[in-house]
Design a protein around this ligand. Structure first.
Ligand code: NVA
Length: 310
């Protein structure tokens, strides 16, 4: 049974296939109906959501299915009953499980016991659906991925930093992560990215100085300084991240054709200046829309693979 739990679950060929599939489904949104019936997909949220809930809800409906929204607080997964028991119950009734939660291990347990495809809709460690949307958006605006340089500035140790390392190198990109000391991924994550890069021709590096990281970059990315679950650290984070704020002065060091990405929600005046987020280099609204198209491709692909397994 195939799942999408982390970005490096996808080989370079599979990632490219999913981006092609998403692009074709974007042009013909209702042609594929793998959930016709309708079959249901469980959408479970243990953390706040807007884009993910909307894009999976719309996407499941577009695929002919029924989006079944489950409030993680009511379900109490791992509290009222174990993740494994929840997985067994869901797997008897839904075609796939999409889950936004905290620890990656919870998602892995769900995948182990559900018997249906499981998709990571964000954990503390990864946000692979967002990365597919980001890559599709870059491909649309820059025409290719391999060989481009991406600079991620800010909280590089968050799920988005990890996912950029893995998915960016899978796409053959040169990934530079830039953040304060203690806010970059650890050596294990870099070892995984380096192994991928050795095959694809990409690269992964920490470039602590924000100006050096952004210099000549084709893509500049940032994310909130206070990820969901880190709210207690907000004051300290706002104190240390200041020099990594994506201002127009910082962006001026990038390639003149550089595109700016942000997975949203964005905090103008903190990790990104309003004039950058709302400016001509920003492609964040295309990026937000592309969540829908890539996630439909992921579900269609996983459901097809599950059918072949059966
Ligand atoms: N790093 C952010 C991403 C939000 C989509 C968070 O985990 O809150």
């Amino acid at each position: 049974m195939r799942h999408l739990l982390a970005d490096d679950d996808l080989s370079p060929a599979e990632q490219a296939h999913l981006l092609d599939l998403a692009a074709s489904m974007k042009g013909a949104p209702h042609v594929r109906q793998p959930l016709a019936g309708p079959r249901s997909v469980a959408l479970i949220f243990d953390k706040p959501t807007l884009r993910t809930q909307v894009s999976f809800g719309v996407g499941v409906a577009d695929l002919g299915g029924h989006p079944l929204l489950i409030d993680g607080a009511l379900a109490g997964i791992g509290v009222r009953e174990s993740v494994a028991d929840v997985a067994r119950v869901l797997g008897r009734q839904v075609a796939a499980v999409v889950w936004r939660t905290y620890a990656q291990q919870r998602l892995e347990q769900m995948a182990e016991h559900a018997g249906v495809p499981v998709v990571n809709a964000l954990t503390d460690d990864y946000h692979p659906c967002q990365l597919l949307a980001d890559l599709l958006t870059i491909r649309e605006h820059r025409g290719r991925l391999a060989g481009l340089t991406v600079a991620f500035v800010g909280d590089a140790a968050c799920n988005m930093g990890n996912s950029w390392l893995l998915a960016g190198t899978t796409a053959g990109m040169h990934v530079r992560l830039s953040g304060p000391d203690g806010y970059v991924p650890g050596p294990d994550m870099f070892a995984r990215a380096d192994a991928i890069a050795a095959v694809t021709g990409g690269s992964a590096a920490v470039v602590p100085d924000a100006v050096a990281a952004v210099s000549g970059a084709d893509v500049v990315v940032t994310d909130t300084w206070v990820s969901m679950g880190k709210e207690d650290e907000a004051a300290e984070r706002e104190r240390v991240f200041g020099p990594w704020s994506l201002t127009s002065e910082l962006l001026a060091h990038a390639d003149p054709q550089a595109v700016v990405l942000h997975c949203l929600p964005a905090y103008r005046g903190k990790e990104i200046a309003a004039e950058v987020l709302d400016g001509p280099r920003s492609v964040v609204w295309d990026e937000a829309e592309n969540r829908l198209h890539v996630q439909k491709a992921v579900l269609a692909w996983l459901l097809e693979a599950a059918q072949q397994d059966a």
